[in-house]
Design a protein around this ligand. Structure first.
Ligand code: ARG
Length: 253
């Protein structure tokens, strides 16, 4: 029995042990960055047919190019990404992670690649302000800052969580909830693209700085990602992509 238990514990610790993420030397020698995103957060990271694209995907590609590297992409559900990075399974994630103290205990953040906020969307005659949300049902994606901030809104009737943001939006469209909270640029782009003339963007609920995340204690990789980001902000690539996707400069003031 004792031996069996020891074997089970040994097997478990191998499965759960945090591995070290690759350091800069190792990454450079391999010629490739291992990056993750979600692929369901339009227009930041999404699929156009079979192709992964979006502001963050193109931004990361441009940063990698500055660093003389290619990117090997994987998509991981948003709510599993922090654990995946913590476990050192990928070099970094770029999937619109807003800085929070809670997350900063688990992973490191690079300098922000855009600034934004959570925004309400609802029917034109529905709850478009924080005040009007009292007694209402709100949809948010699980694991997000929208969920954390919606929890602070007084008097909500219910907070419904969805695995992905498009599912939360679909719930609003179908009239299953009174409102949806998501990124302000995403809300505008989504309403423009899949517009339902009865829906509108409402009040901004909170503000956040969005960054790439990487495992803690990988200072050289963090420095390189920051250098690459600074370089594309200097050479105009960032501004071109920001205009392409949003028609405005989304960098942090
Ligand atoms: N900005 C929000 C946050 O920090 C949501 C990000 C969701 N990203 C995604 N790829 N679904 O939690």
């Amino acid at each position: 029995m004792k031996r069996l238990l020891i074997t089970v514990f040994a097997a478990l610790s191998v499965l759960t042990a945090p591995a070290w993420a690759r350091d800069w030397q190792t990454i450079q020698a391999s010629g490739k960055l291992h990056a993750i995103t979600e692929g369901a957060f339009y227009p930041f990271n999404y699929f156009e047919g079979q192709t992964l694209t979006g502001f963050e995907v193109e931004l990361a590609e441009a940063i990698a190019k500055e660093l003389g590297l290619a990117i090997e992409w994987r998509t991981v559900p948003f709510d599993a990404q922090i654990a995946a990075i913590q476990q050192g399974r990928y070099d970094f994630a770029i999937a619109s992670h807003g800085y929070t103290e809670q997350r900063a205990k688990a992973v490191d953040f690079t300098n922000p690649h855009y600034c934004t906020g959570g925004m309400i969307a609802a029917r034109k005659d529905g709850p478009l302000t924080v005040k009007a949300l009292a007694g209402k049902t709100v949809a948010v994606q699980i694991g997000t800052s929208y969920l954390e901030n919606a929890r602070k809104i007084p008097g909500l009737k219910a907070l419904k969580t969805y695995k992905s943001d498009p599912e939360a939006f679909a719930a609003l469209k179908a009239g299953k909830v009174d409102a949806w909270i998501s990124d302000r640029f995403l809300v505008k782009a989504t309403l423009e693209k899949n517009g339902d003339p009865n829906l509108a963007a409402g009040e901004q609920v909170f503000y956040e700085r969005v960054s790439m995340i990487l495992q803690k204690n990988n200072p050289e990789l963090k420095e390189k990602l920051n250098e690459g980001l600074a370089a594309i902000m200097r050479n105009g690539v960032y501004q071109r992509l920001s205009q392409k996707y949003f028609g405005e400069d989304v960098s942090c003031p």
